[in-house]
Design a protein around this ligand. Structure first.
Ligand SMILES: Cc1cc2nc3c(=O)[nH]c(=O)nc-3n(C[C@H](O)[C@H](O)[C@H](O)COP(=O)(O)OP(=O)(O)OC[C@H]3O[C@@H](n4cnc5c(N)ncnc54)[C@H](O)[C@@H]3O)c2cc1C
Length: 477
């Protein structure tokens, strides 16, 4: 008896805390704002600046890391040298250049360290006899690519605002990318598209053309045709963009913080925000909520999605992206080791590695032993799995004699590593034909909640900024 009553008392106390007091906890400070924004990456941070400065709204931005910027990653090595190993450049698209100017970030031209590609199958470690497609063929293929997709550009850029009804979706957008390339005979464009950003879409035999276009779309095609430019801060530090945003937003940002419980409704929201390092809490009352986080089950748990919301976001499948800087004495200076399946020999550009894969080992600079690698992988891939793939790829190249063995048997050194988590949210062609995009767009404003980020738009910073411009005009018409 005694033990049962003791248990009930504990249960009662727990139930009491969970039931409601978490959102009315007198130990927390309180904050009332027009808009709470969760996630300070490309989508959330840009929205926060514009809401505060152009819409004169009181805001709070809740970011789980110690700084803003999401996929922008800088690393200072043992010699004090700064390296960018996440986001490498910004497209001159939509508001990007004007946003740099507003922030006081001087734009500069990206400096490219010329690398000699070596084609190697990372599974067997053996060299593959192929070469880059001739430049004239590449240009012709990109011209054709643009000619075919430009008429539909408005359907997915920036975001799916003007996506057609299910029965009017162009068949080409629902073709697996491999079939699309074969149909229009644009194989010569595949190498550059894949190596720049399209690899993020995963297995291009299966990925729908629509989703390849959200990773590598018209803004990048126009860059290859010399019709558009890319830029970086003249300082060569991409984090300068987000440092300037931090300075402008000041104490409107809660860093190292996440929402742990919420009540949401069309008329307003209550969020319990907990700060991880100091353990403080804030109860935020906001009229509107902007979610700028990847809409995964784990991320959205504290937001109590209803059936309609869950039915949409549960449909997404993701790739997991890791990126790091590695070094090893066997990795060759001045080279770009390109992961090329043996079936790609002789210029079969559609034969591409499939997840989990490392696209390349890229030497980062003369007089440095640093190489940048990315890992494109299936959901659930851990840092250990991703690093193991890097190690086994290197081992295979040494074993096959493609790379010189090091004097001492050494493991790869992982100088810095970032797990960028779930990205490239895709659904099937069937779901698109059943009106998925209309349901996705239907979430905007539902329960006083607005959504930004790659899953709702595209996977480039500048596209997200242009997407936000439309989003905000709908939030405050
Ligand atoms: C390695 C790499 C290189 C890239 N290179 C380029 C490039 O050169 N040019 C380009 O334009 N694009 C590039 N991209 C793509 C681009 O960065 C993304 O498209 C863009 O950042 C997506 O923005 P987002 O707002 O959706 O997400 P993110 O930028 O990831 O922002 C999400 C933010 O939310 C925070 N967060 C996550 N969960 C929570 C939570 N529960 N609570 C609070 N905060 C949370 C995260 O810390 C993050 O700051 C690259 C991406 C990667 C991974």
């Amino acid at each position: 008896m005694h033990s049962i009553s003791k248990l009930s008392a504990i249960c009662l106390a727990t139930a009491c805390l969970v039931a409601g007091d978490l959102l009315n906890d007198k130990k927390c400070r309180t904050l009332a704002v027009d808009v709470a924004i969760v996630g300070g990456g490309a989508g959330g941070a840009y929205a926060a600046v514009r809401l505060k400065e152009d819409y004169n709204k009181s805001i709070v931005l809740i970011e789980k890391e110690k700084e803003l910027g999401g996929h922008v990653s800088g690393y200072i090595d043992e010699n004090g040298v700064h390296w960018e190993y996440g986001v490498s450049q910004f497209n001159d698209y939509g508001p990007a250049r004007a946003f740099f100017e507003r922030l006081g970030v001087t734009p500069g031209v990206p400096v490219r360290y010329p690398l000699t590609p070596e084609f190697v199958d990372f599974k067997t470690g053996r060299p593959v006899n192929t070469s880059l497609p001739p430049a004239a063929n590449v240009t012709a293929a990109f011209q054709k690519f643009l000619e075919v997709v430009a008429p539909f550009e408005d359907y997915f850029l920036p975001g799916f605002w003007n996506f057609p009804p299910p029965d009017q979706i162009p068949a080409d957008l629902l073709l697996p990318f491999r079939k699309f390339v074969e149909k229009y005979e644009i194989q010569a464009a595949v190498y550059n598209a894949f190596q720049v950003t399209a690899f993020g879409a995963g297995d291009l035999d299966k990925a729908l053309t629509l989703y390849v276009l959200t990773a590598f779309g018209p803004p990048m095609i126009r860059f290859f045709l010399g019709q558009a430019t890319l830029f970086v801060p003249a300082s060569r530090r991409n984090s300068e963009v987000y440092e300037k945003i931090q300075a402008r937003l000041g104490d409107k940002v809660l860093y190292s913080s996440t929402v742990t419980k919420s009540e949401r409704s069309a008329s307003g929201h209550t969020l319990r925000v907990e700060e991880s390092s100091k353990g403080g809490c804030t109860i935020v009352k906001a009229s509107k909520l902007v979610l700028g986080i990847e809409p995964t089950e784990a991320n959205l748990k504290p937001f109590g999605l209803d059936k309609r919301e869950k039915e949409v976001v549960d449909k997404f499948n993701y790739q997991v992206v890791h990126v790091g800087i590695v070094s090893h004495p066997s990795l060759p200076a001045g080279k770009q080791l390109v992961n090329t399946p043996e079936a790609a020999a002789g210029g079969n550009y559609l034969e591409l590695p499939k997840p989990n894969f490392i696209p390349r080992f890229d030497h980062m600079a003369p007089n440095s032993t640093n190489f940048r690698i990315m890992v494109i992988s299936k959901e659930g891939t851990t840092v250990k799995d991703a690093q193991q793939l890097a190690q086994s790829s290197l081992n295979a190249m040494i074993k096959a004699g493609t790379l010189e063995p090091a004097a001492k048997k050494e493991k790869l050194t992982f100088k810095v590593w970032s797990n960028h988590g779930n990205m490239h949210a895709h659904v099937s062609a069937d779901d698109l034909r059943k009106g998925f995009i209309q349901k996705l767009n239907g979430l905007q404003g539902y329960r006083g909640t607005w959504w930004t980020g790659g899953a709702f738009s595209g996977q480039l910073q500048a596209i997200l900024w242009a997407f936000d411009d439309i989003l905000l005009s709908k939030m405050y018409p």
